[in-house]
Write a protein that binds this ligand. Structure first.
Ligand code: WTA
Length: 661
């Protein structure tokens, strides 16, 4: 924390410059699902009853026996134990059975402009066919299935097909490299992979099958691969292992009995960056997760399934897509837009063209995107009639008040409430957010914990900080969508999330937070070595190990630098073997190398070559000083350095030879 205070000081100043507050508009409140603040008290009084009430929103084959069992020694929660449930059944069958089969589940728009719609009945049939194909290929309950695809409508069907037969999906974002895919497949010993030939991104083809083939060279657990034809270019083929989606899926029956899963059976694994180079396999289970995402989706986005068209612009490869494109919205019988491509293809008004075309009523996107739209200017949204919008959401990183106001005015026309939602891959569901019919919002604040969620802001020792003060955010009671473990490594789970304040029973998210005099929470970013670049979590260690994997590199240290658009940008300090100063071309080669090791989203923006890195006498790299260098701040305390001239040299090098992309 001490490491971060100067960063946070600046963040706090910027946050509190905006003084306006926004009370719910009476017209909005009239139809809002929740408008009585008593819901907070009701949930606080008896949170188990509150969550049980929320779990009743779902269809259970068998009702649970206990709402929550908590093993404090193992930090192991069992929610709705004894209950039997199936996620795909809750997302599909029950809506079709209730007569809503012809309602659109996904209106899909391909990047090149092609479109398809899937009604609930069609999505159910597709899910069943794919589930039957998986079974035919030998996938059984409890097996892990890797999914590496672009944003095509078969992607949500793939998640649902796994959950239908009780297989555990492990989705790997389609922007990850072969190495990253391989590591994730190996960690989960996945038995099958679902992928596609190529994907579209900004008019370019992403060679998904090629990359997957590379990954599979060292993924012995994979027995079968299903390949969807999306773009149509030829791909390499391994007979016996590879199966075309249109062969193996199309011929299956469109009926498949959903498995009756225990509430605590795993639903999925999703990898996220931690403070070491090795990604963490965050594991979610079924009943509690579905309860959490369905409740938060309904009440935070004020969803009326007969009225709303919901569009979450995230990729399904990240948790936001899992929870608020697939499981939450479908459990709530929502009509959603699904878009394959980028916001600037073919032009910078693509998002607003989509909002107009599909009459989107609720839009959920990221601050990075909003800041990019601000930079592009208001003429792009102005080209379109966006009067269908009634609510706007933000997720992934702190939203600066200026971007919040711009979003509210330029996109929301000043009439849409803005919900800034704070949560993590680990929390599974939104933890802090305004309730749009209740909460007076303040631009830049995620406001308060959701009903039934308990948070605090504490100091180093875990003591609650009085209102007006800052420290760490902690979650003080279990919640239904919480991660249950890290796949195959419960010890790391305990060490990562529970070693700091676990003796007090607090979950530690590793985010800094300030609470104002009225108790509003203001999230201030990570306090560990995790960077947040365009809402993507990237570990400094992961990037460092990609650097040292290059034959030219002796050592590297990676820090984040504030960025007007991406929130944070990656800044690397690199020592070459032999100690020389690399050229611009060397820097570009290293950038390419990092992108090929992790994925293009992890390309370092700044590279500074230096003969030495600032280290303590015990050899620990002092990243705090490197952050000071990058932010042009006076260097903090350098007395613990083994050689104080090193950092002075680096500061000069960073000034005189900036290698910026
Ligand atoms: C950050 C994304 C401030 C935070 C859902 C967290 C936020 C990390 C917000 C999780 C927000 C996410 N305000 N910070 N509204 N939302 N974060 O796992 O640092 O990809 O710890 O989950 O993003 O990122 P993850």
């Amino acid at each position: 924390m001490a490491d971060q205070t100067s960063d946070q000081g600046q963040a706090i100043e910027a946050l509190f410059a905006e003084k306006r507050t926004f009370a719910p508009a009476p017209e909005f409140q009239k139809t809002a699902q929740w408008k009585d603040p008593a819901v907070y008290e009701r949930a606080a009084k008896d949170f188990e009853s509150f969550w049980a009430e929320q779990a009743h929103r779902l269809d259970w084959f068998e009702q649970w026996k206990t709402v929550l069992q908590w093993d404090d020694a193992r930090k192991a929660a069992r929610w709705f134990d004894g209950g039997l449930i199936n996620a795909s059944y809750n997302c599909l069958d029950r809506h079709v059975d209730a007569g809503h089969g012809s309602q659109v589940a996904f209106a899909w728009e391909g990047e090149p402009g092609d479109t398809r719609t899937f009604t609930y009945a069609e999505l159910l049939a597709e899910t069943c066919r794919l589930a039957n194909a998986l079974k035919e290929l030998g996938v059984k309950r409890g097996d892990r299935v890797a999914i590496y695809m672009g944003m095509v409508p078969e992607l949500p069907a793939a998640l649902l097909a796994c959950s239908r037969i009780g297989a555990i999906h492990s989705v790997v974002f389609g922007g990850f490299s072969a190495d990253s895919l391989r590591d994730r497949i190996q960690d989960g010993s996945c038995k099958a992979l679902i992928t596609q030939d190529q994907g579209w991104r900004r008019g370019n083809k992403i060679l998904l099958k090629n990359i997957a083939d590379d990954a599979l060279k060292a993924s012995p657990s994979i027995e079968k691969v299903i390949v969807l034809k999306r773009v149509g270019d030829a791909v390499d083929w391994t007979p016996g292992r590879d199966h075309w989606y249109h062969d193996v899926v199309a011929r299956q029956s469109d009926k498949c009995e959903p498995e009756k899963m225990a509430a605590e059976d795993p639903l999925y694994i999703l990898y996220s960056s931690g403070t070491t180079a090795r990604p963490k396999g965050i594991m979610h289970t079924t009943g509690g997760y579905l309860t959490g995402v369905s409740s938060t989706h309904q009440y935070i986005f004020d969803i009326d399934p007969s009225r709303d068209v919901f569009w979450c612009t995230a990729d399904i490869g990240w948790v936001t897509g899992h929870s608020y494109i697939v499981y939450g919205p479908l459990a709530n019988r929502t009509t959603s837009v699904l878009y394959e491509g980028t916001p600037d293809f073919p032009d910078k008004d693509r998002f607003w063209a989509i909002v107009e075309k599909y009459n989107v009523t609720v839009l959920y996107t990221a601050p990075t995107a909003i800041r990019t739209f601000m930079k592009w200017g208001p003429e792009y949204p102005k080209r379109h009639d966006m009067s269908s919008l009634r609510l706007l959401g933000s997720v992934g990183e702190p939203i600066n008040p200026e971007a919040w106001i711009w979003y509210s005015e330029q996109i929301g026309g000043g009439r849409c409430p803005v919900v800034d939602t704070w949560w993590q891959t680990e929390t599974g569901m939104i933890m802090l957010s305004p309730l749009p019919g209740i909460t007076k919002t303040k631009p830049g604040s995620a406001t308060f914990p959701y009903p039934g969620v308990f948070a605090d802001v504490v100091d180093q020792s875990g003591k609650s900080v009085p209102l007006g003060g800052g420290g760490y955010i902690v979650i003080t009671k279990p919640w239904p969508a919480m991660l249950r473990t890290l796949w195959g490594d419960h010890e790391r789970y305990l060490a990562t999330y529970w070693s700091k304040f676990g003796h007090l029973g607090y979950y530690f998210p590793a985010d800094g937070c300030k609470r104002d005099e009225e108790g509003y929470y203001w999230l201030l970013g990570r306090v560990d070595d995790v960077m947040n670049v365009s809402g993507h979590r990237i570990s400094t260690m992961e990037v460092e190990s990609a650097f040292v994997d290059h034959p030219m590199v002796a050592e590297s240290a990676v820090v984040s630098k504030k960025d007007d658009i991406t929130g944070e940008a990656i800044a690397a300090f690199v020592t070459l073997k032999g100690g020389g100063i690399g050229s611009k071309e060397d820097a570009d080669n290293l950038r390419k190398h990092v992108a090929s090791k992790i994925g293009a989203f992890a390309r370092p923006k700044y590279i500074t070559f230096t003969p030495d890195l600032p280290k303590t006498r015990s050899g620990k790299i002092m990243r705090r000083l490197l952050r000071d260098v990058m932010e042009n701040r006076p260097l903090g305390d350098t007395t613990t350095l083994a050689d104080a001239t090193v950092v002075k040299n680096i500061a000069d090098l960073a000034q005189s030879s900036p290698t910026e992309e």
